[in-house]
Write a protein that binds this ligand. Structure first.
Ligand code: PMV
Length: 328
């Protein structure tokens, strides 16, 4: 099954808009149990389930309308050249929703997070676009279907449809209709994520090719899907019981294991900078001195600290550049 068949299954044949502009916001999310490796690259079906936390008001705001001539894409207020890779990626995705081949879209998208710096802006980007299209076309889709449509844009976008803790089921079906995200009921108001942006440079190897390289060349990858499934269950348990040390241990271990599979690839894939490692050591020292703080990292050099409200001030003293996100 290809993307257009999935879209037809969910929305029927493309319709005309029911209003002039569709608007939406979607939060970015940070995985505590990572999605790394696909069983189907065309429609982003993962080899393992994943679990994330949505980042409150950090994310993407998108307004979409129809346009007379060509597609026009604006990123943070700036018109993007049609040859820009961001525009072409968006256009290919929008092809799935055109009422006729000569209808065009105008998309205004605003990120309040650095684009492509390992802070998953594609997740909130595709989720906000799907939600804005749902608004423009009046589809009134269930969230599960919105999550599937976001997933075919970017895997982790399936989770950005929701706030709070979110699970994404890997699913087994070939058409991926059982591979969608769902929110967990638990609210944890004291839970905090601190983002430490060590570099905002565009990464050289994106997640799509990084996953492929790891799956094809790293002998360490073999153990990954089972490890992720195990961590996924432990994390759900930790969240249900609000067991912070279990959540922290499992999340940090999961991120490091994912990075270990990448380092074992050939050519090796190492997203860390010397500063990333220096910050890991600092976190481990703090933890040894009794401060309950853990970290996670995506496909980039930046760290996200995981902690509770009671340790916020001591961590702010130790990491003056850290930005604190309150997810609940
Ligand atoms: O959805 P993508 O293709 O941007 O991949 C996301 C990969 C990680 O951020 C490393 C892990 C995850 O689960 O978000």
């Amino acid at each position: 099954m290809d993307k257009s068949q999935i879209v037809t299954k969910i929305i029927g044949s493309p319709k005309n808009p029911v209003k002039e502009k569709g608007r939406a916001f979607a939060p970015t999310n940070i995985a505590l149990c990572k999605y790394w490796g696909k069983r189907n690259e065309k429609i982003n079906l993962p080899l393992n389930p994943s679990l994330s936390i949505s980042m409150g008001d950090l994310g993407t705001k998108t307004v979409v309308s129809m346009s007379d001539k060509e597609d026009q894409v604006f990123l943070n207020g700036e018109y993007l050249d049609p040859s820009n890779s961001f525009t072409t990626r968006l256009q290919t995705y929008l092809d799935l929703y055109r009422p006729s081949p000569n209808t065009f879209f105008q998309v205004h998208t605003e990120n309040n997070i650095p684009t492509a710096a390992g802070l998953a802006s594609s997740a909130s980007g595709f989720a906000a676009l799907v939600l804005a299209l749902n608004d423009l076309f009046g589809w009134n889709l269930e969230q599960r279907n919105l999550s599937i449509l976001a997933r075919i844009g970017s895997g982790s976008a399936s989770r950005s449809i929701y706030e709070g803790f979110v699970t994404w089921h890997a699913g087994e079906r070939e058409d991926g209709m059982d591979s969608y995200a769902e929110p967990l009921e638990v609210r944890w108001p004291e839970f905090r994520v601190g983002t430490l942006t060590l570099s905002t440079e565009q990464k050289k190897v994106g997640s799509r090719s990084g996953m492929r390289l790891t799956k094809e060349t790293s002998s360490l990858y073999q153990g990954w899907p089972d490890k992720a499934r195990f961590d996924f269950n432990l994390l759900q348990e930790a969240i249900t019981h609000k067991d912070f040390s279990q959540l922290g241990r499992v999340s940090e271990g999961n991120a490091l294991t994912m990075h270990a599979t990448m380092i074992g690839a050939w050519p090796p894939l190492l997203y860390w900078l010397p500063e990333s490692v220096a910050h890991m050591h600092k976190i481990w020292e703090l933890r040894e001195s009794g401060v309950p703080v853990y970290f996670t990292m995506d496909a980039g050099p930046n760290l996200k600290l995981l902690f509770l409200a009671e340790t916020q001030s001591i961590l702010e003293e130790n990491f003056p550049k850290m930005k604190v996100v309150v997810p609940f």
